[in-house]
Design a protein around this ligand. Structure first.
Ligand SMILES: Nc1ncnc2c1ncn2[C@@H]1O[C@H](COP(=O)(O)OP(=O)(O)OP(=O)(O)O)[C@@H](O)[C@H]1O
Ligand SMILES: [Mg+2]
Length: 594
């Protein structure tokens, strides 16, 4: 059941060539093909001009400077100036285009991750820390963005220049060229060997950044508990530890990322020395000219400098890939809240004993990711217009059962049916329209009480507070609204922190009732409300349309006195208790969880 746990493994999952790595990034770039081709063209023009420079200079030295032909020098200076100007424009165009590409990719990527997150089932959010997810959306996408804006074209340009320079020196003098390339070959070999290590260090560092956001989020989310139990020191220390881990992993990543820099400098100097010594011999033997030697040295510089940059670029590439792997892990998650087209189960319910069935649990088993089996092949039917009570010990599985009714989770086995159809075949709108669920821990959004009542209700989305008040009055909910200082305009701050638990429950109550659902589930919905108000709510519930089916979960037995049927939920089973007395008996002496 851990299908929704994101891979936080620091080992790179797939090894492979640059090409396969680039292929992995392809889906991000397909819509930018034209822009990328233009940018690549600009960088190729720029690189070609860069490559032509040394050979022209060599020619000018040997032909014009050697003969002191000032006009020739002037002519070529003009040509070189023109070339440098074109190079400047091409380089500017490339930067601009790729800047745009990068921002658009980032924008789309964040959108699609966020959309994906909206699509994922509740189980996903229980198995992954919000802080880590936020870090993936902010931090990892940023790394990718940097790669696209700054590195990718430089990467292409450098490859072009390196290959061009290598060809140029081999053409000028094959043997001298080969000798000058030896240090470069060693470098390539080294980077091949060290590449996976660098990527691993960076992946560890990213994971650590994610862990740090998760830690911050946890202590901020539960700050009151932290203060009440004087656990600030604990969190301080724990954060210090996480921060320290993060520091060390950043240092290690930094060391890995910078290993190459001095090695490259050394290799480049080595190549220069080889060329000077060997070149001196060639010139002494009159098989080489000064102009050629200067071109040659210039190409050596052109070859090794990008090689050195490639080390840094390669690092950003590895970092971007590690980030992309973490993002991709979210994007490729299969949402299991897919709507099935399967109509198996239709007409299952129309057996004679339950002609009025609204909901049926048919052999439903459910297990959490932690391997806690909460329901084990349970069967029961809810009839239209009836009131059901779910009772049972704490941790018995009442909330889980209710969550399955509202499809917050899908059963591991068996089927939940609404109106004779597999619940999984209903669209999200249809489902929300039919089922109203007041959660045990209601959640409010920042805004007003009115906003929260309208929340997710397309019928009232555009209705103003005056109109909404009228509708609430018709449903006898005015008394509830009066419990708030400013009625529907009462401000809710900080995601509901400014409300008492009872007030939250009242708002959740109105929110659910405004939908006039066919099936209304109340999970301890009045547990934190004073008895007088609770009485009011019960009256309101009684006046709901007669076809409304109600499922009430409560510990206070007086709350369920009205129930037609009482179900006892515990130890994986749901059994009809028959009477209130039997329910009490079961609660007192019933099966204990083994
Ligand atoms: N998100 C979760 N992940 C793993 N296990 C869970 C999760 N939620 C609940 N459980 C476990 O499932 C079992 C049933 O929990 P549930 O919330 O359904 O109980 P309940 O009957 O509603 O209890 P209460 O009366 O306290 O509200 C418990 O053993 C609980 O530890
Ligand atoms: Mg519960």
């Amino acid at each position: 059941m851990n299908e929704y746990t994101l891979n936080t493994n620091e080992e790179p999952k797939r090894k492979g060539s640059i090409l396969s790595a680039v292929r992995r990034l392809k889906p991000l770039l397909v819509s930018e093909t034209v822009q990328i081709i233009l940018a690549a063209l600009a960088i190729v023009i720029n690189s070609t001009l860069t490559l032509l420079g040394p050979v022209i200079i060599g020619h000018v030295i040997d032909t014009y400077i050697a003969t002191r032909d000032f006009n020739g020098v002037l002519l070529y200076t003009g040509i070189l100036t023109a070339m440098y100007c074109v190079g400047f424009v091409a380089s500017y165009a490339q930067t601009r285009i790729m800047g745009g590409v990068s921002l658009r990719v980032l924008y789309r990527l964040r959108n699609s991750i966020f959309e994906k997150l909206q699509d994922l089932p509740v189980a996903f959010f229980q198995q992954n820390k919000a802080g880590d997810l936020i870090s993936r959306i902010n931090n990892d996408t940023d790394k990718l963005g940097q790669f696209f804006s700054q590195s990718i074209m430089q990467f292409i340009g450098n490859i072009f220049i390196i290959i061009g320079s290598a060809i140029a020196i081999l053409l000028i003098n094959f043997k001298l060229g080969l000798a000058a390339l030896v240090p470069a070959a060693l470098l390539l070999f080294l980077s091949k060997v060290l590449g996976p290590w660098i990527k691993r260090k960076n992946a560890i560092n990213m994971k650590s950044v994610g862990g740090m956001s998760a830690e911050i989020q946890e202590s901020l989310d539960h700050f009151k508990v932290v203060v009440a139990f004087d656990r600030r020191d604990y969190f301080r220390k724990s954060f210090q530890r996480t921060n320290e881990d993060n520091y060390h992993s950043a240092v290690r990543a930094g060391i890995a990322n910078n290993t190459f820099t001095p090695v490259y400098g050394f290799a480049s100097n080595l190549a220069l020395l080889i060329v000077i010594l060997y070149g001196f011999n060639l010139i002494s033997a009159s098989t080489f000219t000064f102009g050629l030697l200067i071109s040659f040295l210039s190409y050596i510089y052109r070859l090794y400098d990008p090689l050195r940059q490639m080390a840094a670029l390669w690092t950003t590439f590895q970092v971007a890939l590690a980030g992309w792997d973490r993002i991709h892990a979210i994007l490729q998650m299969n949402s299991n809240i897919t709507i099935l087209t399967d109509t198996e189960g239709v007409s299952r319910l129309h057996d004679k004993s339950h002609p009025e069935a609204v909901m049926e649990f048919s052999n439903v088993s459910f297990t959490y990711a932690t391997d806690v089996t909460v329901l084990d092949k349970t069967n029961f039917v809810l009839d239209r217009g009836k009131t059901y009570a779910l009772v049972g010990p704490t941790g018995g599985g009442k909330t889980t059962t209710a969550s399955l009714m509202a499809r917050l989770y899908d059963p591991v086995e068996g089927m939940v049916l609404l109106n004779g159809r597999d619940l999984r075949t209903f669209s999200a709108e249809e489902r929300a329209e039919n089922i109203g669920f007041i959660l045990q821990e209601p959640f409010l959004f920042s805004g007003t009480v009115g906003d929260n009542i309208r929340y997710g209700n397309p019928k009232f989305a555009t209705v103003d507070n005056t109109k909404l008040t009228e509708v609430l009055e018709q449903k006898d909910l005015q008394v509830v609204i009066n419990k708030f200082d400013k009625g529907l305009d009462t401000i809710i701050e900080n995601g509901g922190d400014s409300m008492s638990l009872g007030q939250k429950q009242l708002i959740a109550f109105m929110r659910a009732l405004m939908r006039a659902p066919k099936l209304l589930i109340l999970d301890e919905a009045t547990a934190n409300i004073d008895t007088v108000t609770e009485q009011l709510l019960e009256d309101i519930l009684r006046k709901l349309p007669p076809e409304t089916t109600k499922v009430i979960i409560a510990h206070r037995l007086n709350t369920i006195a009205d129930a037609d049927t009482i179900f006892f939920v515990n130890s994986g089973s749901i059994i009809e208790a028959g009477s209130m007395q039997k329910a009490v008996d079961l609660l007192m002496h019933g099966k204990r969880k083994s």
